[in-house]
Design a protein around this ligand. Structure first.
Ligand code: MN
Length: 421
């Protein structure tokens, strides 16, 4: 008893890229990426000659179902059908059944293409085939409660074959509007594979519970490779579960150390060298850069209105490679002369000396020194003895809390001055 399938979902056809507003890198590629990624999945299904394709909800991004998105989806499913590959599709929170009902003439279930809840008055359905059952649950509207309230437990006959749950849900959540469910609850269903949708980052949550992720990332949060899962089943167990990338455009985050950079130009050159030395595995890799470290370029970077705009104008066009910087986040720290800090007569000086003197920072000493500093300040400001005593009493009461605060302050000041310690 052998068969294979592809698990995809969260295709979000029609969804534009976000986070690219400031610059426009190769807009055409980005505009077509979602459709191209879906087409790659269809090609993959044909190449692997799988028995069926699972789509775990959110095929479309919104109720518009614009014509090119509809065409892309329907043509893909038709190509599968023409090659004897069935498709099982559920509706998610972005494309619930009620949206398909507005476009009913486009979507006709024929036993080969199956969109659960469209052309029928149910939202939960079990497809019983020779070698497998698929228990599928669609969102009727944009919200749904716990999926185990709908999905069936297995009968004796069901247990003879491989059982798949096709579910759009928020796993490990309790307060979600989008079909929240715990792993324990899912396990009680006793299925052999849970084809999950809703979360856009691909992840095998545990042996049988898999989020396929979106085949094409659209936002800077969706970093890394995106694709689908290809599964081979033999004798009621999965003998191979493989993640196959299908993305055309990829978001990557990199941190760049600016310790050695004297000015903005040097920072920009470093960014440019870094990204141009990377090879893109896809048509376009979009880099989200974070500048780090203590740098002499700090003030110049800080004063620049839009680093990404300035970088793109001067460095963006020079490369014809398939990499592009789309965001520059400045987290550098100011360069500080340690000797100057040690000479400081205020709190900073006390902290700097404490750090300089000892690896084991003596918090009591710091506290006493700061108290002394305050005392001098009271004298200067002419605060009378009584109110000073009251203040210092209250300080004593909260000493533990104050020390904790000083400790935290100290940590953040250290990180600011010396970089992360
Ligand atoms: Mn969703």
């Amino acid at each position: 008893m052998k068969f294979s399938f592809i698990h995809t979902g969260d295709i979000h056809l029609g969804r534009p890229f976000s986070d690219l507003s400031e610059i426009n890198p190769k807009t055409d590629i980005c505009n077509n990426a979602g459709r191209l990624a879906f087409n790659k999945i269809i090609e993959l299904a044909l190449l692997k000659n799988v028995d069926f394709v699972l789509i775990s909800g959110d095929s479309f991004d919104n109720d518009e179902h614009d014509l090119s998105a509809k065409l892309c989806f329907l043509n893909g499913l038709k190509r599968l059908a023409e090659n004897g590959i069935k498709s099982y599709i559920i509706c998610g929170n972005h494309d619930p059944i009620e949206m398909y009902k507005n476009n009913l003439s486009y979507y006709k279930n024929d036993g080969v293409i199956n969109i659960v809840g469209v052309n029928e008055d149910i939202n939960c359905k079990t497809f019983r085939e020779n070698r497998y059952n698929i228990h599928a649950l669609s969102f009727p509207t944009e919200e749904l409660d716990n999926p185990v309230n709908y999905l069936p437990k297995l009968t004796k006959d069901d247990e003879k074959v491989f059982n798949i749950g096709l579910i759009h849900c928020d796993l490990d959540k309790t307060d979600s509007k989008y079909s929240p469910v715990s792993r324990e609850e899912l396990r009680t269903l006793g299925y052999d594979y849970y084809a999950l949708g809703h979360i856009h980052i691909p992840e095998i949550k545990e042996e049988k519970m898999v989020y396929c992720g979106t085949p094409q990332a659209r936002t800077k949060k969706e970093t890394g490779a995106h694709g689908c899962y290809y599964a081979q089943v033999e004798n009621k167990s999965i003998i191979n579960l493989e993640f196959i990338p299908t993305d055309v455009v990829r978001f990557e985050k990199i941190g760049i150390d600016c310790c050695e950079s004297e000015n903005k130009l040097e920072v920009f050159e470093k960014i440019s060298n870094t990204v141009n030395n990377k090879s893109s595995e896809v048509e376009l890799t979009l880099y989200d850069i974070t500048l780090k470290g203590v740098s002499r370029a700090y003030t110049e970077l800080l004063k620049t209105d839009s680093l990404i705009k300035e970088y793109s104008e001067n460095f963006g066009e020079t490369d014809d490679k398939n990499v592009c910087v789309f965001r520059i986040n400045n987290e550098t720290k100011p360069f500080v002369n340690e000797k100057e800090l040690l000479k400081d007569s205020g709190v900073i000086g006390i902290l700097a000396q404490a750090i300089n003197n000892n690896n084991e920072i003596n918090i009591d000493n710091i506290y006493n020194n700061i108290s002394k500093l305050h005392e001098d300040l009271y004298k200067k400001l002419g605060i009378d003895t009584e109110s000073k005593e009251l203040l210092s009493d209250s300080l004593k009461v909260d000493k533990a809390e104050i020390l904790e605060n000083v400790k935290n302050e100290l940590k953040s000041v250290c990180a600011e001055i010396y970089g992360d310690m």
